[in-house]
Design a protein around this ligand. Structure first.
Ligand SMILES: O=C(O)CCC(=O)C(=O)O
Length: 262
């Protein structure tokens, strides 16, 4: 079921992503779904207008706003479970740190189109993007809760700049739209139980449809400068830490937070 971890690391290095098929059991997905659906219902109610107008994801799933204590414990334990940590550490061997979670769903408006992007484009202008894609990147671990069309990725773009075709589409230049197809795109269909790992800064887009619901866990290398992206409320407090089987992923983040405060 699980490849040799060194292979995963080299696949990630070369392609910017890998998929582990059938990694989670039905019981694991069902327990996770139980928690995530509670979040999603409460979030949709609270954000009805945003949800109906434009949303395709929510974030801060581990926070205290929508989930009760026991559900948060269950979610933190899933994120830092042996299976998740084995994959995370296969890519970030030293001190991986938890950043955030996002939940991807189909837009309410079925006409809404998906869009190619690199996550770094929302924080950096084009010249800076050319540089930061060569720095340490945030890792997305996508856990689909239902079978879904998945994601479309451009392999190798975690380490290289866009071709002219890719840049025109991603940046909507020369009459192109960010929802146009790319000849270099590779669709990765996903089933519940699969795990997709990809670099946030590679060129990618979600594939809408099938009423998807996918949990993305975002993790970074402690040596990189991402701590300001972490919301305090998404981290476990001491009473939750006490209940986690292996809290080090979160402790690494909390350590970085406390270093920033001295
Ligand atoms: O699934 C989507 O709609 C987009 C996913 C994405 O952009 C991401 O995970 O960074």
């Amino acid at each position: 079921m699980l490849d040799d971890f060194t292979q995963l690391q080299s696949r990630y290095d070369q392609q910017g992503y890998f998929v582990v098929r059938n990694y989670f059991s039905d019981a694991e997905i069902s327990a996770l779904k139980n928690v995530i659906l509670k979040f999603h219902q409460a979030w949709k109610q609270d954000n009805a207008q945003f949800y109906q107008q434009e949303a395709f994801n929510s974030s801060l799933i581990t926070g205290s706003k929508y989930l009760a204590f026991d559900d948060r414990v269950a979610l933190f334990n899933f994120i830092s479970s042996k299976k998740m940590m084995a994959i995370i550490e296969s890519v970030i061997a030293t001190k991986p740190a938890f950043m955030n979670t996002q939940l991807f769903f189909d837009p309410y408006n079925r006409q809404q189109k998906n869009f190619w992007h690199r996550d770094c484009q929302y924080d950096h202008d084009v010249e800076a993007q050319k540089t930061v894609i060569h720095d340490t990147q945030v890792l997305h671990l996508r856990v689909p809760l239902f079978d879904e069309l998945g994601m479309e990725l451009v392999p190798g773009t975690h380490k290289r700049w866009d071709s002219a075709e890719e840049f025109d589409v991603r940046d909507e230049r020369n009459g192109k739209l960010s929802s146009d197809s790319l000849s270099t795109g590779k669709a990765i269909n996903l089933a519940a139980g699969d795990l997709l790992v990809f670099s946030a800064d590679m060129i990618h887009r979600g594939l809408y449809g099938l009423d998807r619901l996918a949990l993305d866990v975002l993790v970074f290398d402690s040596s990189a400068d991402f701590i300001d992206y972490v919301d305090d409320d998404c981290l476990p407090d001491i009473s939750i830490l006490d209940k986690l089987n292996d809290p080090k992923l979160f402790k690494n983040t909390l350590d970085l937070k406390s270093m920033g405060k001295v």
